[in-house]
Design a protein around this ligand. Structure first.
Ligand code: HEM
Ligand SMILES: [Cu+2]
Length: 541
């Protein structure tokens, strides 16, 4: 079927308030999810442009397109945008809001108004962060980590940027509280813990980290602001303070935060792979508990970011050991995805391509993480571009690709239309190749010793930097193609039915787009698990 008239319009036309206010004052989880999606995608595009600009500056030794101060500001704003405005809220706030209530058979989250407030906190934080570039005494130049003493002494607009991150943290905490409560209290009849889709399990684990760890970040950033404004002296060694304390406080949040970033992505992959391999997820309970284990163990390893900051050998040994422990539940996940694929009847649809490349990229990133977790190799690699390559592999190659998988998997559900598969595959191929070239070269030049965050470099680092920059252009073309294709599909693609992929979770039993109340007058009663495909047929489109 390729008719292009869509008569059914679901929750888009069923709002109690018409027009823009129907969106800005809506407490419906789907509308809030769509609003998150729009903001987050916009921020990703801004952040990606800055990333391309950084790569352009690094194309050759010596100054090329910008001065050193602009360079510092560019990578700082790139990092702040990508971490706090893209990667942390991307899957949980956007797709969690869109999908989670429907997947557990609920009509909304537990606290719909808090949900809306959380979106406003996000918007205020994002606007303030962007303001910090153009106002005050110059764009922040500390890097997204706000390390003292530089951040307490630089004259640039750091306080505003820190306050913006504080607001964004609030948004994240409120979403976490909402999801924990929703998953405990609003599951439909028959939706036992053992029947929760894996996406819900990972959001559950994520939500606990959001609630427990994010306040640490808030406190730390407030202390930096106090230090800057009143000279509080907490981090200033000359006044009896301790700069290393900042690093502990910061990483006690920011290491667990990398699991806020990656766990929901793992959830997306655990949904996509069974559907396109047409097999139940291998090792359901191992998958569920490994999410909780990652959340728990991940909270104990923060000091692996500080091996070079000065610590006893014994402390280094302990943190190294604990870091290796986190690799176990992560490896369980990779093993179970691969086992799910084994002897499956695999369909290489666009969401599946992104899911498979997630496994590839995330495995490379994870193994690089072990090289950094082992103190001996970390001493050489720390603060080199190897680290930048490693975290782009896990965050961009991992969660970024999971976000793209989620876009290709769930957008047809929420727009009622399908994008062009052929273009989607070409865009994916460009993205995958461009991504790997860009960051593999960055890792390689890091192993040779090129420091990160440096404006200029030695001539021997030139070839690999050139390769990396060219890779970033391929990546950019892939991104443009993917977004344009999705946008056009949403506007005029062929109309899809309830279940274009033949998936077995609840969101595929309601119309596309879903109606305002998700399930009509009667609450659903769940009688089978999320990966029992027997009798489930895919709709044609
Ligand atoms: C088009 C895509 C992207 C490109 C070309 C790109 C490129 C870069 C480059 C060249 C740097 C600077 C490295 C340095 O000077 O040490 C950087 C830093 C960084 N990037 Fe990206 N990046 C991209 C996407 C992303 C994404 C999706 C994320 C998050 C998920 C991300 C997170 C970061 C962070 C946190 C930093 C560190 C900033 C800092 O050191 O303060 N980037 N990126
Ligand atoms: Cu860490």
């Amino acid at each position: 079927m390729t008719q292009s008239t869509l008569t059914y319009n679901g929750f888009y036309s069923e709002s109690p308030r018409p027009g823009i206010l129907g969106w800005l004052l809506s407490t419906d989880h789907k509308r809030i999810g769509i609003m998150y999606l729009c903001c987050i995608t916009t921020m990703f595009i801004v952040g990606a442009c800055l990333g391309i600009a950084i790569r352009l500056e690094l194309i050759a030794p010596g100054p090329t397109i910008m001065g050193p101060q602009t360079y510092n500001a560019t990578f700082t704003v790139h990092g702040i945008i990508m971490i706090f405005m893209f990667i942390i809220p991307s899957v949980p706030a956007a797709f969690g809001n869109l999908v989670l209530p429907i997947q557990i058979g609920a009509r909304d989250v537990s606290f719909p108004k808090v949900n809306l407030i959380s979106w406003y906190c996000y918007v205020i934080g994002a606007v303030l962060a962007l303001f910090s570039i153009f106002t005050g005494t110059g764009a922040p130049d500390t890097g997204w980590t706000f390390y003292v003493p530089f951040s307490t002494h630089t004259n640039t607009n750091v306080s505003l940027a820190a306050f913006a991150a504080f607001m964004l943290g609030f948004s994240s905490i409120l979403t976490g509280i909402n999801f924990v409560t929703t998953i405990h209290r609003l599951r439909a009849k028959g939706m036992t813990w053992g029947r929760l889709p894996m996406f819900v399990w990972t959001l559950y684990a994520t939500a606990w980290i959001q609630v427990l760890a994010t306040p640490m970040l808030g406190i730390t950033l407030v202390l930096v602001i106090l230090e800057r404004t009143f000279g509080a002296g907490l981090f200033d060694a000359a006044r009896g303070g301790d700069p290393i304390m900042f690093q502990h406080l910061f990483w006690i949040y920011s290491h667990p935060a990398v699991y806020i970033m990656i766990l929901p992505g793992m959830g997306v992959i655990s949904e996509v792979i069974p559907v396109f391999a047409r097999k139940p997820l291998f090792g359901y309970w191992a998958m569920a508990f490994s999410s909780l284990a990652i959340a728990f163990a991940g909270s104990l390893v923060w000091a692996h970011h500080m091996y070079a900051s000065g610590m006893s050998d014994f402390a280094i040994l302990v943190f190294s050991f604990l870091t290796f422990i986190v690799a176990i539940p992560s490896a369980i996940k990779v093993f179970n995805w691969v086992s799910t694929l084994y002897k499956g009847s695999i369909e290489l649809a666009p969401p599946m391509l992104y899911a498979l490349s997630f496994i590839f990229n995330f495995s490379i990133g994870g193994l690089g993480g072990l090289a950094l977790g082992a103190a001996a190799s970390d001493i050489h690699l720390t603060d080199t571009t190897f680290v930048v390559g490693h975290f782009h592999y896990t965050m961009f190659g991992g969660l970024g690709f999971a976000f793209f998988a989620a876009l290709h998997y769930w957008l047809p559900k929420f727009t009622g239309r399908m994008y062009n598969h052929k273009i989607a595959v070409i865009a994916w191929a460009l993205l995958f190749v461009g991504f790997n070239v860009t960051y593999m070269a960055m890792q390689a030049v890091g192993i040779q010793g090129m420091p990160r965050r440096y404006y200029d470099y030695l001539p021997e680092f030139f070839p690999l930097n050139l390769v990396s920059t060219i890779g970033s252009w391929v990546l950019a073309i892939g991104l443009i193609m993917m977004f344009v294709n999705l946008w056009q599909g949403m506007r005029k693609g062929p109309v899809v039915g309830k279940n274009p992929w033949g998936a077995a979770t609840l969101e595929w039993t309601v119309p596309s787009p879903p109606p305002m109340d998700n399930f009509g007058p009667d609450d659903p009663v769940v009688t089978r698990g999320p990966y029992e495909f027997k009798g489930v047929v895919a709709d044609e489109y």
